[in-house]
Design a protein around this ligand. Structure first.
Ligand code: DGI
Ligand code: FE
Ligand code: FE
Length: 202
């Protein structure tokens, strides 16, 4: 397998992203690296996924839609209503085709970084959480608590992020992608199971 060059990927992102997005990208890269150290995930994979997760964010909606049509990437009804959601799916496509990433786990982490999905791998969870807590993020509620929790209980941090995101989307009247809700439900049910295990082991 060809080695991943983080240096090349960094240069490529600097080229296709505006300064603010690039700073966010670097923030996600090193936050993902820190989480990978904490939970025993491959560091280079975490850094590569962090660097590339928003590689399609600075394209226009028209361009994202055109890429989907041209390369027969299927779109859900929700993605047609909110085409910015496509930056994740189109990002995974470009990561494979343009940036030479072959590792499926990295591609999945890019593909699922906005809505999440049930049964995410460790790397997918790391990118989802790192995207939300990287130091450049300032606006979300409970950030201090979530940042700390991310390094002690990744699944709990994931669940709170999903809850806060859904609350934000509901209050702002945004269209909610069914996958975001499915992901929340899955990890909510998981949290009940792990509570049961804790109670039964007392
Ligand atoms: O690309 P970033 O801004 O770094 O982060 P992201 O890809 O996680 O996108 C964040 C935005 O996505 C945030 O404003 C919440 C929004 N989002 C997450 N799930 C959904 C959603 N927006 C809609 N319309 N529907 C969703 O289900
Ligand atoms: Fe994103
Ligand atoms: Fe991001």
């Amino acid at each position: 397998m060809k080695n991943i060059s983080l240096k090349k990927l960094t240069k490529a992102m600097k080229k296709v992203q505006d300064a603010r997005r690039f700073e966010h990208t670097l923030g996600v890269e090193y936050t993902a690296a820190a989480l990978a150290m904490c939970y025993g995930c491959d560091l280079v994979h975490a850094q590569a996924a962090g660097l590339l997760h928003d590689c399609a964010k600075c394209l226009s909606d028209e361009k994202r839609l055109a890429i989907c049509e041209r390369y027969k990437i299927s779109m859900t009804a929700s993605e047609k209503r909110s085409p910015f959601l496509l930056h994740a799916k189109v990002g995974a496509y470009l990561a494979g085709k343009k940036y030479g990433i072959k590792n499926q786990d990295i591609l999945n982490a890019i593909r699922n970084h906005t809505t999440g999905r049930p049964e995410m791998s460790l790397l997918e969870k790391i990118i989802f959480v790192a995207d939300y807590i990287e130091p450049g993020r300032k606006q979300a509620p409970n950030l201090e608590e979530i940042r700390k929790l991310a390094f002690t209980n990744l699944d709990e941090a994931l669940l709170i992020i999903l809850e806060d995101t859904l609350t934000y989307l509901k209050t702002s009247g945004s269209d909610i992608d069914p996958t975001t809700e499915e992901t929340w439900r899955y990890y909510y049910e998981q949290s009940l199971v792990s509570e049961d295990v804790k109670i039964n082991s007392v």
